[in-house]
Design a protein around this ligand. Sequence first.
Ligand SMILES: Nc1ncnc2c1ncn2[C@@H]1O[C@H](COP(=O)(O)OP(=O)(O)OP(=O)(O)O)[C@@H](O)[C@H]1O
Ligand SMILES: [Mg+2]
Length: 247
Amino acid sequence: MTAMLQPHTDAPLVAVNELCVSYGRIEALRGISLSVGRGEVVAVVGANGAGKTTLLRTLCGLVRPTQGQALVCGHDARLASPHKLAAGGMLHIPEGRGTLQTLSVRDNLRIAYDIRPSTQTFEAALAAVYQRFPHLETRQAQLAGNLSGGEQQMLALSRAVINRPELLLLDEPSLGLSPIMVSSAYRTLRALKEEGLTILLVEQNVKLALRFADRAYVLRQGRVVREGSSEALLHDPDFAAHYLGTH
Ligand SMILES: Nc1ncnc2c1ncn2[C@@H]1O[C@H](COP(=O)(O)OP(=O)(O)OP(=O)(O)O)[C@@H](O)[C@H]1O
Ligand SMILES: [Mg+2]
């Protein structure tokens, strides 16, 4: 009875089963299965070329799998357009941030706001973003393409604040940032996590990812080779020797 009243509450926001993706003859994903429950933060880690970005691009409808299933916020990612998945509650922040370089900071935020219906006016939502990122307000008329790397990441993450997604797919948020900006980006992410946002995060910086995530999957050459709680992986000497550079 409860299940009928609340059909989606317990369903994972990401459910991937035996997913295969090829680019021509290159098999980027070779039958991976994983899930992300509502409210969870899950990391996917692995070396260059392991298939991490391909996974996220498949989940947001940019790449079509050759086999397997992928459900995202209740939608079939094999069939839905990126726009439909975004309207359904998925926000993808790709490698390189995904901001619209020739538009101003404010217009980037307007577009992120317009993707999903909101109970707040744009002005109110914008005020909440600027309260969290006062620095962005001082740059609101500036073109996104002229922002510094750290400011671009701030703008990228602020899209997650104004858009209020159910699921954030995040590709290498620490890439190319100074240590101070990495800390600042992860402070924002922790706050979003505490507010209940579900996050699937891809990172090459394994230690950073595991300190933030509840669980993790390790990809190698398109396959899941390890999975477990971040706690267990961080304390596993074999895992540490291979992925954390410690013995
Ligand atoms: N558009 C494409 N066309 C052809 N091959 C691709 C394409 N995108 C990715 N690949 C290949 O698919 C494999 C997986 O790439 P992917 O970008 O998913 O890896 P990744 O884990 O994100 O790596 P990195 O950590 O370097 O970002 C690689 O062998 C890559 O060369
Ligand atoms: Mg990548």
